[in-house]
Unconditional design. Structure first.
Ligand SMILES: [Zn+2]
Length: 186
């Protein structure tokens, strides 16, 4: 984690309401390997940069209603995935810029879910912000990762010469079939 991380706001046990009330900010970064689920989604073979995130709390004052607790989250990541076009590794940038409104409990979240435009989460004094970071990156991952431009295919000379020779020496199966072909006599 970033050494600048404020110890007043432990990201794994965040008091969300206090964070919003103080309009506090928090940021950190960790190498990809430190995020279990992101590592599982990733392919070995490409060096990935650290996952960087930042969060801001906000208390939105409402007329005649309780103040709303908001959290704004940005994440910058790049995940090594497998290109679905050429099947070689591709480093895919993943950007998250999301806002969440925190409500009192699960029942309120369920009740409001249909009408609310925003993402709703349940208030906690020990909210795991890092888990949310990971969730959001996974949600933002492309379903079908591809290179913008796939690397050029390997030149034929890179193919195992032994293998290529066998290919050319192998008799054409259709040639054998042709020998068996029965031509109708007229
Ligand atoms: Zn590709």
């Amino acid at each position: 984690m970033d050494s600048q991380t404020d110890t007043q706001w432990p990201p794994e046990q965040l008091d969300v309401k206090a964070f919003a009330r103080d309009a506090a900010q928090l940021q950190g970064q960790a190498p990809l390997q430190a995020w279990t689920r992101l590592s599982e989604e990733s392919q070995p073979g490409l060096q990935a940069p650290a996952v960087r995130w930042s969060a801001q709390g906000e208390l939105q004052v409402q007329d005649g209603a309780p103040d709303q607790v908001w959290l704004h989250l940005q994440v910058h990541a790049a995940l090594p995935l497998t290109c679905q076009r050429c099947l070689s590794p591709v480093l895919v940038p993943v950007e998250v810029d999301s806002s969440f409104r925190f409500v009192a409990d699960e029942a309120t979240a369920m009740a409001l879910d249909d009408e609310a435009q925003e993402d709703l989460l349940v208030l906690s004094r020990e909210f795991n912000l890092l888990e949310l970071v990971e969730d959001e990156v996974i949600l933002a991952m492309p379903l079908v990762p591809v290179h913008d431009e796939c690397p050029a295919p390997l030149p034929m000379s890179a193919v195992d010469p032994q293998f290529e020779q066998e290919l050319t020496e192998r008799p054409n199966p259709f040639a054998a079939l042709a020998g068996l072909k029965i031509t109708p006599s007229s």
